[in-house]
Design a protein around this ligand. Structure first.
Ligand SMILES: Nc1nc2c(ncn2[C@@H]2O[C@H](COP(=O)(O)OP(=O)(O)OP(=O)(O)O)[C@@H](O)[C@H]2O)c(=O)[nH]1
Ligand SMILES: [Mg+2]
Length: 206
């Protein structure tokens, strides 16, 4: 017996911090070279945590300044906002405070779950420009969860999503519920699924 919850998660932050690589690591458990995202990318991935199936709808937004207004359009009905910076780039950390937190607060639901993610933890300390302590204090200030991760090695990426799942379970009203028109391809099967769906949304799946 398991429960299933769906969450809309938006990744934001400066260009080049590794948002797409982190999302891709979680989605495919692989690290590949990426090119700057144009507009946004969408991925879906499920993770079983504490006997709950968490379905993450990941919205990977483009960090380049010219796409900022477009990114804001995705924050509506977000369950979580993941603010990503690069630990070897202090500007990418400062811009979270100067721009992205406020942008998230304006565009996302009031009680949206916030997370701060310092990426590229595989890079040596000689190149580090943001300490873990600074990252943690910033996260605490905004009641956000904090983790340093590496999309390259995979370090802490799945742990981060586990922690995010647990935080989201504290605010079930943030669950992403879809509605709208659906084209029925197999009415008998769809009816059966509808019956099951009624028991979902943080309800039981038997
Ligand atoms: N060493 C290291 N490099 C990384 C890591 N994650 C990403 N990179 C590199 O950082 C660069 C940018 O990664 P992206 O994932 O494209 O960055 P982004 O934040 O999605 O950038 P935009 O789409 O422009 O907003 C790429 O060259 C990656 O190879 C990491 O964990 N460690
Ligand atoms: Mg990208």
């Amino acid at each position: 017996m398991a429960t299933r919850c769906t969450w809309k998660v938006c990744f934001v932050g400066d260009t080049g911090v590794g948002k797409s690589c982190v999302a891709f690591r979680f989605h495919q458990d692989r690290f590949t070279g990426t090119i700057p995202t144009i507009g946004y990318a969408f991925m879906e991935k499920s993770l079983l945590v504490d006997d709950v199936e968490h379905v993450f709808n990941l919205w990977d937004t483009a960090g380049q300044e010219r796409y900022r207004s477009l990114a804001r359009g995705f924050f509506r009905r977000a369950s979580a906002m993941v603010l990503v910076y690069d630990i070897t780039n202090s500007h990418s950390f400062q811009v979270l405070d100067k721009y992205w937190v406020r942008s998230a607060q304006r565009g996302a639901p009031e009680n949206v779950a916030l997370a701060v993610l310092g990426n590229k933890s595989d890079i040596g300390d000689d190149q580090r420009q943001v300490t873990a302590q600074e990252g943690m204090e910033f996260a605490q200030k905004h009641d956000a969860i904090f983790m340093e991760v590496s999309a390259k090695t995979g370090s802490n990426v799945f742990e981060f999503f586990k922690e995010l799942s647990r935080k989201l379970m504290q605010t079930p009203d943030l669950e992403f519920k879809t509605c709208g028109m659906r084209i029925l391809t197999d009415p008998a099967k769809d009816q059966k699924e509808d019956k099951e769906t009624k028991n979902r949304c943080c309800g039981r799946l038997t």
